[in-house]
Design a protein around this ligand. Structure first.
Ligand code: FPP
Length: 259
């Protein structure tokens, strides 16, 4: 089925024209600032999460309009279990509700939904819904939205190392065969390309354990806007910044200043 175009931005603004070679293939998004957004308005933190749903959808719309094929969103980290039991329970229920509410729209836009994260502790209802979304959007190719739920970069790397150790112990693999390329195959989402643009909102400037392996050469862009106030124009502004960066991957060329 031909994908439906996402709804336009309410102001009518369209994606800036950026040459295809400067469009990131994979954008990792840390949706930060929900709690502060709510508290600043005299509301409980959970209201900030509620308001963040529309921001996520709009960013996916913006990614499609710009031709970004991979977006990964940090929805719940392996450290988020430390939040109050009330907030954890809210986030579990809310994640299922968001997926349930948005599945048909995302499906119609040609989005493939994937889940990256650990099973233990995660509510069965959330796992079931994430798996249903994966199943129902399997055939979509326009944009892959990886929902990172109960995800931690170190956990992903440690889990891969444990699997490799098992294969070495079983004689299926020799330690010498463990290269970066092979290591990647043992990650939770081995097909996920490297992150080009790592976007964090709310002014915080941290990785917070998100896609550590995949972000080795990512360009970091920090936007001083709280997640519920984000829309696709924030993503586009981040991509414009990204497009101006000089990516060298450790290489260097002499550019001696002329007298
Ligand atoms: C960070 O803000 C945000 C989160 C931990 C959750 C964000 C999740 C969504 C918007 C949607 C989830 C959807 C699915 C489908 C899983 P924060 O609470 O850390 O804000 P703060 O830094 O201001 O406290």
């Amino acid at each position: 089925m031909k994908p439906v175009k996402p709804y336009p931005h309410p102001s009518g603004v369209t994606a800036p024209a950026i040459p295809a070679k400067f469009i990131p293939q994979h954008v990792a998004v840390v949706m930060d600032g929900n709690g502060r957004w709510a508290n600043e308005r005299g509301l409980p933190r959970n209201e900030g999460h509620r308001a963040g749903e529309a921001a996520l959808l709009d960013v996916v719309a913006g990614a499609i309009e710009m031709g970004i094929p991979y977006v990964s969103a940090y929805a719940f980290s392996t450290e988020n279990w430390r939040r109050s039991p009330d907030e954890v329970a809210f986030l579990m229920r809310f994640s299922s509700e968001v997926l349930e509410r948005q599945l048909e729209t995302l499906k119609s836009w040609g989005v493939r939904i994937r889940w990256a994260g650990r099973r233990p502790k995660l509510w069965k209802s959330v796992i079931n819904l994430l798996e249903r979304c994966e199943e129902e959007t399997r055939g979509n190719t326009l944009c892959t939205l990886t929902m990172c739920v109960n995800y931690g970069g170190r956990a992903e790397i440690a889990d891969a190392a444990a699997l490799i150790a098992e294969d070495v112990a079983a004689g299926k693999l020799k330690p010498k065969q463990v290269t970066e390329k092979l290591f990647q195959k043992y990650l939770d989402e081995p097909d996920l390309p490297d992150v080009d643009l790592f976007l964090r909102t709310s002014g915080e400037q941290r990785f917070s354990n998100f896609l550590l392996w995949q972000s080795a050469y990512a360009e970091m862009v920090f936007m001083n806007v709280l997640w519920p106030d984000v829309d696709r124009t924030v993503l586009w502004e981040a991509v414009e910044q990204y497009a101006r960066r000089d990516r060298r991957y450790g290489g260097a060329v002499d550019k001696v200043a002329q007298p």
